[in-house]
Design a protein around this ligand. Sequence first.
Ligand SMILES: O[C@H]1[C@H](O)[C@@H](O)[C@H](O)[C@@H](O)[C@H]1O
Length: 499
Amino acid sequence: MLDSQISKPSNLVLTLTLVASILGFMFGYDTGYISSVLVTVGKDLDGRYLTIPEKEWISSATSLGAFLASLVAGPLADAYGRKPSVMLCDVLFVTGALMQFFANHVHWMISGRFVMGCGVGAGSLLAPLYISELAPGKFRGRLVTINCLAITGGQLIAYMIGALLSRVNSGWRYIVVLSLVPCAVQFIVILFLPDTPRFLVMHGKHKEASSVLQQVYPTASPGLIEANIEEIAALNSLLPGDNAYQRLSNGIQELFTSPSNRRALFIGCGLQAAQQFVGFNAIMYFSGSIFEMVGFRNSTAVSCLTAGTNFLFTVVSLFIIDKVGRRNILLVSIPFLILSQILCALAFGHLTINVESGKEIGENSEFWAYLVTIGLVSFVASYATGLGNVPWHQSELFPQSVRGLGSSFATATNWFGSMIVSASFLTLMKSLTPCGTFLLFAAVTAIPLVTIYFTYPELGSLQLEEVEQLLSNGFNVKRSIEMHRQAISHAGYTGIPYE
Ligand SMILES: O[C@H]1[C@H](O)[C@@H](O)[C@H](O)[C@@H](O)[C@H]1O
């Protein structure tokens, strides 16, 4: 009802979306700069070149921290608030960045990446949660996706700065320290912003919650605002329990015992696992190293091509996703992803590469090096259009009572996958050869293609309660496609999933 009162998001909603999206930007920046750091760090740590396991540890420490933090971030945000949790992320970002900036030993660098990773993981859960709880239903889908743009935008900027500073002595330390700027901005601005109405109601602060809602819906009458507060309170009390711990354990029980929640969890975690196990972050974290191996002299600059493609196709995805549908976009983009992986494998098969030294060896033809580049760019483009974006719409899978918890599990699956891929990529390249590694990625990518075909219904145009109903007695893929078709042919449909 409240949604009909407004035609555009209020200033508070826009400001908060932008400020919360700094978490997405930090996610992108911190995971993005490692690609150039790995090739420019030289002998700055422990006075010698990094070994393969050290490189893998430096990149995967962030994913490990993020994995652990994403498990606790949901309950933490429920206990202490979204706002203090975001501020805690900033403290972790700053501590981690300073540890890396001053690092002279590999273990300090790894520890700094781990601490920073804790902030990245918690932030990857908090940003969509903060935005979706404050945003009016009819803008929610689009506002949440601004965070996805911030992630890939952060990665692109990290790559560009990496390329600019690649010839500067110890330039990598400046790339790291620059990340302090957005955190500081976020920490200061968020001090002046409120927590979400849902959190305030959860903690009995009804007066504060009404004042926030009034800023979200400036023209709504006090009566309507009151009714909304009661609605939020009723939804909050769906999960029984006298304290946060009891509600958490009841929530876990509900998530695993209700058939519709179990299916939602299967889809949410499955999509996030697919997003990572197709191997995309092997490119994101190691593209500098890959381009160096195939013989490009300015590998950090060439890497900007992949980060730029990722950003560009995320924009494309945002414009078409609601019309085309989440399911269709995946079913069309994943076959292109597989073809691109096979192309990379084929091209790598014609190059002589020493993964250990990270340098090109032998008489390699430029043709195959360019073909690797084309393969990688089309890998990134097909990924960004579908798998890079769709899994982050995870919160629409779960009913309000277990939304935070369900999203926590899905986010943790994402970081678990990211950790495994980044910790094993160079070892796989060495033991299976680059050709074998990309063939393995192609084989792995075929699994989600088949699974999505049989079990992922089209949810883009459904109301939240309809999602729960749809999943209650099966995956109902056919029915969901029919419902989506009807919704898009319906004149008033705007393509916003929560409307
Ligand atoms: O959605 C994001 C995005 O696609 C990033 O480029 C990628 O590095 C992340 O792992 C993913 O979660």
